[in-house]
Design a protein around this ligand. Structure first.
Ligand code: 5GP
Length: 189
């Protein structure tokens, strides 16, 4: 199978990375397909199994860990596991497409280490922790507790930014989208 490229977007929750990833997926010339992760968390809002995530029970998730089916996995929040199946990347490469990941910083860096030449690892930086709080509250899909958990994690995640190939500052969404497009376009050439 011909290997495509791996495009990793990582950032603290609420930084706008999902919006940027969706925008890139619409750009046909980039030939991207979204890596659907597995998660043990419950679906939120309009999320669809097999589109946004493969929603698994905690037990099923752990069976995949034991079976070494994951390229990478993390317990991103307590009892909330997230991971990328090896078969997901193979599925996308078999389509002749490049893979785009929306995953946490630890998972993103792990993929970069496993496939250093094929991977472009991009970190999306929010303007500030205060702005992140405002964005997460506006999204209002999580409880106050969960929002605080995400904020606490964000400070730790921000410290990993220098380990990425590129950092995009998301101060203005349109500018960030265009910057992301140019970076990916150049990388897949
Ligand atoms: P959310 O619950 O908001 O969808 O995602 C929480 C965090 O888990 C986000 O930072 C998201 O990017 C990350 N995430 C999603 N899928 C994966 C995955 O397959 N592996 C890892 N390591 N993190 C993931």
């Amino acid at each position: 199978m011909k290997k495509g490229k791996l495009i990793v977007f990582s950032a603290p929750s609420g930084s706008g990375k999902t919006t940027i990833v969706r925008y890139l997926l619409e750009q046909q010339d980039l030939n991207l397909a979204f890596s659907i992760s597995c998660t043990s968390r419950a679906p939120r809002g309009e999320e669809v199994h097999g589109e946004d995530y493969y929603f698994l029970s905690l037990d099923d998730f752990k069976t995949h860990i034991k079976g070494e089916d994951f390229l990478e996995w993390e317990e991103v929040y307590r009892d909330n596991f997230y991971g990328t199946l090896k078969s997901e990347v193979e599925r996308i490469w078999a389509l002749g497409k490049n893979v785009i990941f929306d995953i946490d910083v630890a998972g993103g860096l792990r993929i970069k280490r496993k496939f250093p030449d094929e991977t472009l690892a991009v970190f999306v930086k929010p303007p500030s922790i205060d702005e992140l709080k405002i964005r997460l509250k506006k999204r209002s899909t999580e409880s106050e507790d969960k929002i605080n958990m995400r904020i606490a994690k964000a400070s730790v995640e921000l410290a990993t930014a220098p380990q990425f190939d590129m950092i995009i500052k998301n101060y203005d969404l349109d500018t960030a989208k265009e910057e992301a497009y140019q970076l990916v376009k150049e990388f897949i050439k």
